[in-house]
Design a binder for this molecule. Structure first.
Ligand code: XMP
Length: 324
């Protein structure tokens, strides 16, 4: 695609001009956006870039391994992998309020990242003065304006805000003008594997906001297993690319069921799938009932702890895409 190859060249020049000989720190989230930003910046300035992956333990099945492997093996980009899952999960265990969960994750992320940045600054190559972020255009206009009303922030996003000011760093945000589909095109242009580029968006706070109530390792395990089955069924049905985002939410509700000749009292899993252009508005995806029945049967049979599956038919607005 000549447009993206021109954009790539232009951004590489801009990044070099902006950064000069200084060092850049990149907070990799494991998602497409920060990965594309990191690969682009690495192309521009090579080992002036240090990538840090703060692993909050809230990723989907196999995701952390995929990201770490891609950077180290495929791109040969040095990556510091910080396993902070005990810290994050420990602090989220007793917390049920959605905004407090988001803020806790944002705060811990900053603390862990800052501590790592201090270590990197002591390595003799000088303190990084720039921070790279995979901020997209829709992240920039995060607040939603209701007709006739004031501008209201619906959810605090943990990938924009506080960090650069607090750390007294300048920002490199090469994706600031792009929408998601353009970021994907740029990622393909940079040689990032399709299996990674084509993935549905995933929120910074991870699975924590798909588990209403407190976060525990047990709930995370159930959610991961169930969600992997749901996504596998979507892929098998050839529907993955028609859907903008699909995921599962493990509800803090237990219901009575029957398995064999016994009574069960297990959790409810909600399935969600939406079509959207940019995440600002969305319609629920009209699966046929055969598909939903098949996915539900597999999940209930294969995932211990879930005995009921429901499908979310709410569009955005009035619902948001995520449940928290
Ligand atoms: P909502 O739930 O607000 O989500 O309709 C819109 C899109 O944004 C994603 N999302 C986030 N992405 N950090 C992110 O990077 C966040 O804190 C965050 N919260 C929601 C959500 O998955 C959907 O694609």
């Amino acid at each position: 695609d000549w447009t993206m190859s021109a954009y790539r060249a232009e951004m590489v020049e801009k990044i070099r001009a902006q950064v000069g000989t200084e060092r850049v720190l990149c907070a990799l989230s494991g998602g497409v956006d920060s990965s594309v930003a990191a690969v682009l910046i690495h192309e521009a300035i090579g080992d002036q870039l240090t990538c840090v992956y703060v692993d909050h333990g809230l990723m989907r099945l196999g995701e952390t391994e995929q990201v770490v492997g891609m950077f180290r093996d495929h791109f040969n980009i040095p990556l510091v992998h910080v396993d902070a899952s005990d810290l994050f999960i420990g602090q989220l265990e007793g917390e049920a309020d959605p905004e407090t969960k988001r803020k806790t994750i944002g705060r811990l992320f900053i603390e862990v990242f800052e501590a790592q940045a201090r270590k990197i600054a002591e390595d003799g190559k000088g303190a990084p003065s720039f921070l790279a972020q995979g901020t997209l255009y829709p992240d920039v206009i995060e607040s939603v304006s209701f007709s006739g009303g004031p501008s209201v922030t619906i959810k605090s996003h943990h990938n924009v805000g506080g960090l650069p000011e607090r750390m007294n760093m300048k920002l490199v945000e090469p994706l600031r003008e792009l929408f998601k589909d353009e970021v994907r095109a740029l990622g393909r242009e940079l040689g990032i594997p399709e299996s990674f580029i084509g993935r549905h968006p995933f929120p910074g706070p991870g699975l924590a906001i798909r588990l209403p109530g407190g976060v525990t390792r047990e709930k995370l395990d159930i959610l991961r297993k169930a969600d992997a089955i749901y996504i596998e069924e979507i892929r098998k049905a050839g529907l993955y690319d028609q859907i903008w985002q699909a995921f599962s939410v493990l509800l803090p509700v237990q219901t009575v069921g029957v398995m064999g000749d016994g009574r069960t009292y297990d959790r409810v899993l909600a399935l969600r799938a939406v079509t959207s252009v940019d995440g600002m508005t969305a319609d629920f995806f009209p699966f046929d009932m055969t598909f939903l029945g098949r996915a539900a049967t597999r999940i209930i049979n294969e995932v211990k702890g879930v005995n009921r599956v429901v499908y979310d038919v709410t569009s955005k607005p009035p619902g948001t895409i995520e449940w928290e």
